[in-house]
Design a protein around this ligand. Structure first.
Ligand SMILES: NC(=O)c1ccc[n+]([C@@H]2O[C@H](COP(=O)([O-])OP(=O)(O)OC[C@H]3O[C@@H](n4cnc5c(N)ncnc54)[C@H](OP(=O)(O)O)[C@@H]3O)[C@@H](O)[C@H]2O)c1
Length: 200
């Protein structure tokens, strides 16, 4: 697929690298083409850098991997993206979009995008480099978009990508990310832990 990444830091770079390896075309959307996090990605096949509007226009799927408080500014790039799949991996831990419950709430209320999916927020970026054996989740109202994101999770190597429900479950899914942050960072278990579904 053609995937734009807005926010090329820890999570954006990790997912860009993983998807490019499995043949997806990655368009990094950056503010300054000469100076941005993850510039080293350009040595990899299938990855190119563009100004954000150009990256968005080239893509079918757009990952919004920015700090949550930045989302109200980034939405200006999504005016022509009503029919594209928008992935929100943000957790409002260190920052929050002002006036909104979380990033998903801001994306839903500030854009007319019909295919917004909460995904890739339930563990640290290091675990997404080799996610074999790990579970992840998607929520959102667009079944079509969730199907695409489930496949993208499988392409990265996640063991399972469970449907967490509609848009009304996105905040609950964010709490799963917050639970990981609590265990890993606040309770001190370390970033090499993950939360899985165990069937008995
Ligand atoms: N880190 C994790 O393990 C992890 C796991 C799950 C979810 N998340 C979520 O993923 C999001 C990103 O986290 P991260 O750790 O990857 O952050 P990060 O490494 O600090 O990267 C943030 C990126 O956002 C870009 N950015 C900042 N302000 C921007 C703006 N106004 N317009 C466009 N781009 C802007 C930065 O661009 P420049 O390169 O130009 O500075 C940078 O590429 C957060 O919401 C976090 O909750 C993170």
């Amino acid at each position: 697929m053609k995937i734009a990444i807005i926010g090329t830091g820890n999570i954006g770079s990790t997912l860009a690298r993983g998807w490019a390896k499995t043949g997806h075309d990655i368009f990094l959307g950056v503010r300054d083409l000469n100076n941005f996090k993850g510039k080293a990605l350009l040595s990899q096949k299938n990855i190119s850098a563009h100004h954000i509007p150009e990256a968005v226009s080239k893509a079918e799927v757009i990952l919004i991997s920015v700090p949550p408080n930045v989302i109200p500014f980034v939405v200006s790039y999504l005016k022509e993206a009503e029919e594209k799949v928008i992935i929100d991996p943000t957790n409002s831990f260190r920052s929050k979009p002002e006036g909104f419950e979380n990033g998903f709430d801001a994306l839903t209320r500030l854009t007319s995008c019909k295919h917004i999916v909460k995904a890739f927020n339930n563990t640290g970026f290091e675990n997404m480099i080799h996610p074999a054996g790990l579970d992840t989740f998607v929520s959102g109202d667009s079944e079509k978009a969730k199907k695409i994101v489930v496949q993208l999770a499988k392409d990265l190597g996640f063991a399972n990508c469970y449907d967490f429900g509609g848009s009304d479950k996105a905040a609950l899914q964010e709490q799963l990310g917050m639970a990981w942050i609590n265990l890993a960072l606040i309770q001190g278990m370390g970033r090499n832990i993950a939360i899985n579904v165990v069937k008995r």
